[in-house]
Design a protein around this ligand. Structure first.
Ligand SMILES: Cc1ncc(COP(=O)(O)O)c(C=O)c1O
Length: 390
């Protein structure tokens, strides 16, 4: 029987303890098993040759950066086509969530402190507001049709938005990999504006669709929107802890103050490595396209052979599908997948409604991806046979 690992939307029993991040409780021990066929990475696996890129400057990493390095916001400003005054640099997207909530609440004109958070989600998105004791309410995105973007139910969202100061969303949804339908996105932006709700959009996967026709970071959609991003997922540099938020100058000034209060300063090694790598970021995107071209057709064919419906996102590095016969995906990953050395992520890490969903990523080198699929297929056959013989 599986435990509950999904994000916590708060306890009704008045328990004020900080909820655990169940996802990590589950994932870290499985990662430590070093399963050879790892389809669990939500970010690109790209090896930067830091020594080559930094050359002699690598020996400077522990020296103070002030006075010798240009403002790190300039790199982000150029890439995102915004002013440096619309940017705060911080320790990854996860810290940007903290800063955004501080900033948004500081300028909110609403009486309510309620925060609406979209489900499914990465657990810190809903659990960070609870660190500040803000009440959270759930709004959901779901698979409405077999193919295409997951959709929202406006009748469910409207009263929650009306009663909230902040809305927190992940445009490229984890685990489906789909961005909003443009009609849903435009409606969210408009209704939040009308209701004085500040939108915090965690866009760590958005750069996978920079060249797509519907690419639109939330900061470009209104002064009431905050975009969060980092070098973690698309650029494979989570170890650096380099992230940023982009919004109106009014919101950014509050976020800057929050950053000084919580962190003081970025680390010199982080800033120096990021400074060298920023001009080369597109090479990770080129590699991602190569992985998509090589890996996705294989995945599509395998799922078709197994008779499993596959709603492939036209961008990104992961997607999710529903296992047949209501197979529980935690049991599947812990038993059949483990037997064949495969690791993938159960949907219940993101929502209790996704218990029989499995997230697979194609962010790894094609040869190992092809081998991983052979073993994933064998694990699926075994699980289906077990279920049908019960
Ligand atoms: C939606 C989302 N946001 C943020 C992160 C973490 O980003 P960072 O390493 O920049 O804190 C993750 C990692 O899984 C994620 O899925």
């Amino acid at each position: 029987m599986s435990e509950d690992y999904w994000p916590s939307y708060g306890s009704q029993s008045g328990d004020s303890k900080i909820p655990t991040i169940g996802y990590l409780d589950w994932y870290v021990p499985r990662l430590e098993e070093n399963r050879p066929y790892n389809l669990s990475f939500s970010g690109m696996q790209y090896e930067w040759d830091v020594k080559e890129i930094m050359d002699e400057s690598i020996y400077e990493i522990a020296n103070h950066h002030l006075g010798s390095l240009s403002d790190p916001r300039i790199h982000v400003a150029k890439r995102e086509n915004v002013d440096v005054e619309n940017i705060v640099i911080c320790h990854g997207a996860t810290q940007a969530l903290h800063l955004s909530i501080c900033a948004a609440m500081a300028i909110s004109r609403k009486e309510t402190k309620n925060i609406a958070v979209e489900s499914p989600c990465y657990a810190p998105i809903v659990q960070v507001p609870q660190l500040f004791n803000y009440p959270v309410s759930k709004v959901t995105r779901f698979q409405k049709e077999q193919f295409g973007p997951w959709r929202i139910d406006k009748k469910e969202w409207l009263p929650v938005i009306e009663d909230s100061a902040i809305l927190m969303i992940t445009p490229i949804l984890n685990p489906s990999g789909w961005d909003y339908h443009p009609e849903d996105r435009d409606w969210i932006v408009k209704v939040c504006k009308e209701n004085n709700v500040i939108i915090i959009a965690d866009e760590v996967y958005l750069d996978t669709k920079r060249e797509h026709e519907t690419y639109a970071p939330f900061h470009s959609l209104g002064e009431h929107c905050i975009s969060i991003n980092s070098l973690t997922k698309v650029y494979s540099l989570g170890t650096l802890r380099f992230g940023w938020l982009i919004s109106s100058k009014e919101i950014i000034e509050q976020a800057r103050r929050a950053f000084f209060t919580l962190s003081g300063m970025m680390g010199s090694p982080t800033l120096r490595i990021a400074d060298s790598i920023f001009p080369k970021l597109d090479s990770a995107i080129i590699k991602m396209k190569h992985y998509r071209e090589k890996n996705l057709p294989l995945l599509g064919r395998m799922l078709e052979k197994m008779g499993i419906a596959w709603n492939e996102p036209p961008y990104g590095v992961f997607g999710a599908f529903e296992l047949p016969l209501g197979i529980d995906s935690i049991d599947f990953v812990d038993n059949e997948c483990k037997q064949f050395g495969v690791l993938a992520v159960p949907g219940s890490m993101f929502s209790p409604k996704l218990k029989s969903w499995l997230r697979v990523a194609w962010s790894i080198e094609p040869k190992i991806f092809a081998e991983s699929l052979i073993y994933l297929e064998q694990a699926l056959v075994l699980a289906i046979n077990k279920k049908t013989s019960q």
